[in-house]
Design a protein around this ligand. Structure first.
Ligand code: NAD
Length: 501
């Protein structure tokens, strides 16, 4: 296939597309057809600096724009997004591959954060103490940081950036979004929508690129914070490099989420949940369940129920009303398939084999069906590694304590779930499990926008989770002002340490 290497997906600054000076590009592919649909620009250092300068130049005026005006723009953005979200969902499906209904779901979850940010005047209210000392008042306020960077992964082209930018913008920062080069177009669509909503030029910018762009964002002194979501090794690198350059960093990493099913659970509910959470978005969700821990003698019955449900799933092009689409790239598809090979070789039982399937889509799509591996043990690579595909591993244990130990011994701590009808067991689990987001009979416990999203251990570097009040905190810094209005009675020299009296 001959491919024109001229960039067709550009950067965005000053409310218009920006081609940049870099000659480098990367192909953008539709995973359901295998065809290259465009070329995304890959920034060089000069391009990155140009975008950072635009964000820096726009900051003072945006910081000083009234909350009333900022909120009006947020409401307008929310209305436009709500009216046109099918367009964004279609872009996501064409570059990521997830089915349209799922793409729409991610936009809707992102929109929740926009709605949360519309209430920013309330969230930014400071504290004030009158007469902290005689005729001395003390007030606390929170102010924006400046230009902030958001670096996002391929698996949620709209929702993950939306965990951050509505709050960053609402609190008075200017934004540089660096999307995944695999799914670069959603960010541009969002940028156009901001312009239409009346956001001033330079407040929301898009920098397309790879490590070169990321490294400039991590080291450039004009970038004040970095919100990163992606794989653990890169999250660790981003955290170490960004903080070494004096930036505030929140870096969300990978996951290996376990669901425990206790013997008293409703097995039909649990089986539905395993299929939905294991195979939705082809398992390419950081909150996907990839390990089912079956406790006691229910394992055979539960696995049978999951198998029956899995075999009814329609796999194919996400625009054709299917349940599950392709994987994001051919390389990723092959990597996930190689894990299934390795699991089988290591002795796992292949209950449903996604390597053999006929998909409702073009032959060159990156197809791999849902796969269930039973009798997986903790020494197998299929258990230890984040696979990020439609592979559900089943580990069988005898007791709740063994199940808990598995989770707490793992390196990740993003999400987990327990299925049980025993309130005491559920309460114990919520207390004992070392994971940031816990579901009780809920397989994908993604917090709503007014709570905060984030994992523990290798699933998050930094101490601030995304959105909710933690998001407001991340994108602002505190200032405390102590005030005394001059009064003749306060004259005179006194070198003693100021006392409250
Ligand atoms: P990735 O780490 O490959 O890429 C993430 C971002 O980092 C992209 O913008 C990419 O361009 C950039 N990047 C890649 N390599 C880089 C390098 N060497 N130096 C600097 N920047 C680099 O992740 P991905 O494959 O796009 O996304 C999947 C991963 O993201 C999975 O591990 C998944 O668990 C994780 N994820 C985590 C969460 C969470 O909330 N914890 C949410 C979504 C995805």
């Amino acid at each position: 296939m001959t491919v024109d290497t001229k960039a067709t997906v550009a950067h965005w600054l000053d409310n218009k597309p920006f081609g940049g000076t870099s000659e480098r590009t990367a192909p953008v592919t539709n995973p359901a057809t295998g065809r290259v649909t465009g070329q995304v620009a890959l920034a060089d250092v000069a391009d990155a600096r140009r975008v950072i300068e635009a964000a820096k130049a726009a900051f003072p005026a945006w910081r000083d724009t009234s909350l009333a005006k900022r909120t009006q723009i947020l409401f307008k953005f929310r209305e436009l997004l709500n009216a046109r979200k099918e367009e964004l969902a279609a872009i996501i499906t064409s570059e990521h591959g997830k089915v349209l209904s799922d793409a729409l779901g991610e936009v809707t979850r992102g929109q929740e954060v926009v709605e949360f940010a519309c209430g920013i005047p309330h969230l930014l209210k400071g504290g004030m103490t009158e007469n902290a000392s005689t005729k001395i008042d003390v007030a606390s306020i929170r102010q924006p940081l400046g230009p902030v960077a958001i670096i996002s992964p391929f698996n949620f082209p709209a929702m993950v950036p939306m965990w951050f930018f509505p709050i960053a913008i609402a609190t008075g920062n200017t934004v540089i979004l660096k999307p995944s080069e695999k799914v670069p177009t959603a960010a541009l669509w969002i940028a156009e929508l901001w312009a239409e909503a009346g956001l001033p030029a330079g407040v929301f910018n898009v920098l397309q690129g790879d490590k070169t762009a990321v490294d400039e964002l991590l080291t450039n002194p004009d970038v004040k914070s970095v919100s990163f979501v992606g794989s653990t090794p890169i999250a660790q690198y981003v955290y170490a490099t960004g903080t070494a350059h004096g930036k505030r960093v929140q870096a969300l990493g990978g996951a290996k989420n376990h669901a425990i099913v206790l013997p008293d659970a409703d097995l039909d509910l649990a089986a539905d949940a395993m299929v939905n959470a294991g195979f939705g978005s082809a398992g390419e969700r950081c909150m996907a369940i990839s390990v089912l821990v079956a406790v006691g003698d229910i394992a055979d019955e539960l696995v049978t129920k999951i198998k029956e449900r899995t075999e009814t799933l329609k796999i194919g092009d996400g625009t054709r009303g299917t349940d599950m689409g392709p994987l994001v790239t051919k390389a990723h598809r092959d990597r996930v398939a190689s894990y299934i090979d390795a699991g089988e070789e290591a002795g796992a039982t292949v209950v449903v084999d996604g390597r053999t399937l006929s998909a409702d889509g073009e032959a060159d799509g990156f197809w791999l069906g849902p796969t269930i591996l039973d009798n997986v043990t903790t020494d197998m690579k299929v258990y230890t590694d984040e696979i990020f595909g439609p592979v559900l591993s089943v580990v069988r244990v005898e007791t709740y304590d063994e199940a808990l130990e598995l989770i707490n011994n793992g390196p990740f701590g993003n999400g987990t779930a327990i299925f049980t009808n025993d309130g005491g067991a559920a309460r114990r689990f919520q207390n004992e499990v070392e994971v940031g987001m816990v579901g009780i009979n809920v397989p994908i416990p993604v917090p709503t926008a007014y709570y905060s999203f984030g994992g523990w251990k290798n699933s998050l570097f930094g101490d601030t989770h995304a959105h909710g009040t933690e998001g407001v905190h991340f994108f602002t810094r505190g200032k405390v002002v102590t005030t005394r209005w001059l009064d003749p009675s306060h004259g005179g020299i006194n070198l003693g340490f100021p006392q409250n009296n």
